[in-house]
Design a protein around this ligand. Structure first.
Ligand code: 5AD
Ligand code: SF4
Length: 448
């Protein structure tokens, strides 16, 4: 039985999809003709799985739109199964299959599996197929860490390794603690084994994943110590991690980052707001001053570090003055890049109880002001790279210009340059000669 997974949302979902592929493909107790086989061609797939995101309403709407498209495929071939996994599956469970008044919820969905149920997917699918009945399994299992499972990687050069799952922070706007459950860290040795193996298979750039990697702890090993151990693995060349919470980013981590040659000069540190009152209402547990001082420490230790962030415009109760604190903080910090969102109410979260919501039009207008400012800063930051020599991990031909090779700098900037196909999957040095939009243009330089 051929299956496809369409993945939405964060890198954790990308990693989970790789895990699901591995679970299904390695499921042994089936007749040979019933074995699960991954395909990237939806026309061949008998099982279509959507790995979903709930973080903003738009994300859910988009997936529901896609599901509705694929339901027409089922009307042509009734044997096709449609399944939903991930955060939206966890949040809505069997409601996804109910014919309700709400637009976009479909009785044609065959199975729903929550984030801790992926090991049961082979049985869920088989039962669903045999008995022609809808199945939803969404109970949390805080012991579930997907131990001893190696993901089937879909990206050819970069590996994502999950080090912890879940979140205990309960930022008041965020649905994740409800859809992903409580924090749990994977055993150190297992993580190190997975990184080593990824490197041996040619995935030289490894990103450690967790909702809040800084709260990783397994026995007496905290995140900086894990990173230090990972840095010693010979088979990989670059190490990254997402996401860090500013309240937990320790001096110890900054020191380890600065002294570990494989740890790349980039940090993603979501600020969310530049106003202390709003940060408090968001339950972020840090102040703008603390955040700025953390950035200073990072820059003192690693002068060339690239810094990216997430911000939310128009959170409930945000006044124009409070919004300007965010605007000004972004101007002061000068991020290399920012993911900017307008606040989206998520039912069940604490922030929906706050009364004074900002009108939708105003949220959008504020978001646009942030985007306009950041676009200028990002362009300037990229232009500053002109003249620098950068190490590029060559990934492929450029999607926009098939005559150019494309790869990333250590600080996560896409760089294109002229070169031979044989350079793909290697590390080269280029001199940056131009910056167009958010792409650097380089010229290959000979190795001394
Ligand atoms: N509305 C808007 N943005 C949100 N995020 C999380 N929840 C919401 C929400 N309800 C953003 C945060 C987070 C990123 C992954 O998504 O900025 O860091
Ligand atoms: Fe959501 Fe906050 Fe947890 Fe991040 S730290 S996943 S924003 S609750």
């Amino acid at each position: 039985m051929k299956f496809i997974i369409e993945t939405y949302g964060c890198q954790m979902n990308v990693a989970d999809s790789e895990l699901i592929i591995s679970i299904l493909e390695n499921y042994k107790s089936l007749q040979p003709e019933e074995m699960f086989e991954y395909t990237e061609d939806i026309n061949q797939a008998q099982i279509i799985i959507f790995n979903t995101c709930s973080v903003r309403e738009n994300a859910e709407r988009r997936v529901l739109g896609r599901i509705s498209n694929e339901i027409s495929r089922k009307q042509r071939d009734r044997s096709i199964l449609i399944g939903v996994v991930g955060c939206m599956a966890q949040r809505l469970g069997e409601k996804l299959n109910l014919k309700s008044n709400k637009r976009g919820i479909y009785p044609q969905i065959d199975f729903v599996a929550g984030v801790d149920q992926y090991e049961k997917l082979p049985e869920i699918i088989q039962e669903c197929k045999k008995k022609h009945k809808f199945i939803a399994q969404t109970t949390f299992n805080y012991d579930e860490n997907y131990t001893d499972l190696l993901p089937s990687r879909t990206n050819k050069l970069n590996a994502f390794v999950t080090i912890m799952r879940g979140c205990n922070n309960f930022c008041t706007y965020c649905i994740v603690p409800y859809t992903r459950g409580r924090e749990r860290s994977r055993p150190v040795e297992e993580i190190l084994k997975e990184i080593k193996q990824a490197g041996e298979e040619g995935y030289y750039d490894v990103t450690l994943l967790g909702q809040n990697v800084n709260s990783y702890r397994y026995e007496d090993i905290n995140f900086p110590k894990l990173l230090q151990r990972a840095n010693q693995i010979d088979s990989i060349k670059r190490l990254r991690f997402i996401t860090s919470h500013p309240k937990d980013l320790s001096d110890e981590l900054i020191e380890v980052m600065a002294n570990s040659e494989k740890v790349c000069e980039h940090i993603h540190l979501p600020v969310q707001s530049g106003n202390n009152e709003i940060l408090k209402r968001m339950n972020r547990n840090y102040t703008a001053e603390h955040y700025i001082s953390t950035i200073q420490k990072l820059r003192n230790a690693m002068p060339n570090i690239a810094i990216t962030t997430d911000v939310i415009a128009g959170f409930s109760g945000e006044t124009e003055e409070q919004f300007m604190d965010t605007f000004n903080l972004m101007k002061e910090i000068r991020y290399d890049f920012a993911y900017m969102f307008k606040y989206s109410e998520r039912s069940g979260t604490k922030a929906t109880e706050f009364k004074d919501s900002v009108p939708e039009k105003e949220r959008l207008a504020r978001l646009q002001r942030l985007i306009d400012q950041q676009t200028i800063i990002t362009t300037e930051k990229y232009k500053q790279k002109i003249g620098c020599v950068e190490e590029i991990y060559v990934e492929s031909f450029s999607r926009k210009n098939a005559n150019l090779l494309s790869g990333k700098t250590r600080d996560f900037k896409i760089t294109v340059f002229e070169g031979d196909e044989s350079l793909i999957h290697s590390f080269v040095k280029v001199k940056i000669i131009d910056a167009v939009g958010w792409t650097l243009k380089g010229k290959l330089i000979a190795d001394d």
